[in-house]
Each structure stands twice: as structure tokens, then as C-alpha cells.
Ligand binder design. Sequence first.
Ligand code: GLP
Length: 240
Amino acid sequence: MKVIVAENYEEMSRKAFEVMAEVVKNNPRAVLGLATGSTPIGLYKNMIEDHEKNGTSYREIKTVNLDEYAGLDYSSDQSYVYFMRHNLFDHIDIDLKNTNIENGKAADRAAECARYNALLDELPRDIQVLGIGSNGHIAFNEPGTPFGSVTHIVDLTESTIKDNSRMFASIDEVPRQAFTMGLKNIMQSKKILILANGANKAKAVYGLVKGEVTENVPASILQLHPDCTLVCDKAAASLL
Ligand code: GLP
């Protein structure tokens, strides 16, 4: 795994953008795997700025997102569809028809997981952006998720519900379940770009880079990926 340690969040976001920009420049029809959470917002800001200043086009780009809360759809401003539109899609020239995310409101959840897995098979990703949870989760693959997992419904752990409650009016409003791409789906991306900032991610980053490869730390599977880059700030790298 390539590890890039940046001074701060701004530098982490710029360096992550450099990795992303190369993929988009080399292939204007690339498939981008995207992530939500506060960590990649700076990367998305850099992409928007570059689009505005340099005219980088996303017209032929396709995207697939990692996960979505079960029970929320795009009309909810806590949904990940809303997040992606607000933080990226509404500010670049991407065709929304080319963007994909699980349907949080699907009545038949098993059928929705099957639909998404079939879609991922049709759209091999050129790059997958990831954040990391403080317990080492990636997407919503919580500790104990099998490495062979594909898109599934997950019961969120108390620690993830607590971490993510800062985005909601109260902890009671955080959905208890989510759809998530599985670890096997994530590993199928040609390139992985994982980002982490802040001291509360230091333990998870240690597990990602130097810990035992174990299903108890889902991010540790990335040690087995042939082209994975971690870009993190000094605080998140403090235990390496
Ligand atoms: C959520 C998302 C993850 C994300 C994690 C960390 O659980 N499902 O994809 O990596 O939060 O979020 P943040 O970047 O806000 O710390």
C-alpha cells in the first residue's frame, strides 16, 4: 500500500485530487466509485474547482456509490443521494442518469441488493474512493463482515450510529440499517484511494496499514489490493 501523509486536511484533499485527476484525464469515460462522509468533501471541492477552472468534463463519466441508509431516499437531506448531489454532482457536468446508488427506499431489499451487484458487474470501477470508520469499517462493512461479501443489508453498530449521529438532529434519527457494497465488490476496483483525517482515525489507520489482515478490521483487506493508496493527515498517521 502506498501511504501519503499530508500536513493537514487541505493538503490531504489536494493530494487525493491528484490521484483522481489522473484517472479522469486518462479516461474521460472512467467509472468512479465514490464515497460519502465528511472526509472526501475536500476532494470533491477540488474536483468542482478543477471543473470550473479547467473545464474537466464528467459528461461521459459513470459513478457508483458505496452505500445508502435503508429507509431514506433522495428527498431526505440525510440520504447519501442528497449528499452526492449537494457536494459534487450538482456542481459538475455529470449526467445524473450515469450516477448510481442503492435505493434506500426499495420495498424488496434482497432484490435491490441483487440489482446493485449485477450493476457493479457491468461497471468495473477504475478507482474507488473510501473513507474509514473509527472502528475500521469501510463503506458500511462493519467488523466481522466476511471478506467475500457483496452488496447486502447491514445492521449498523452502536459506534457507527454514534459517529454518524453528528449529521442528524438527534441520535434517534440515525437509521439502524443500511445498504452497502460488500468487501469483494470494493476489492474489484482497479485502484483504491482511501482517505483519513483526524486523531480519532489513528487506530483504524494503524489497522488498515500495519495490523493483522482480519475480518475484525474490514479495512485491513486493502493490504491485499495491488493498487491501493492511503492519503491521510498527520493526526490520522500518528500511530504508523
Ligand atoms: C460512514 C460511511 C463511510 C465513511 C464513514 C466515515 O459510515 N458509510 O463510507 O467512510 O462514515 O465517515 P467520515 O468521513 O465522516 O468520518
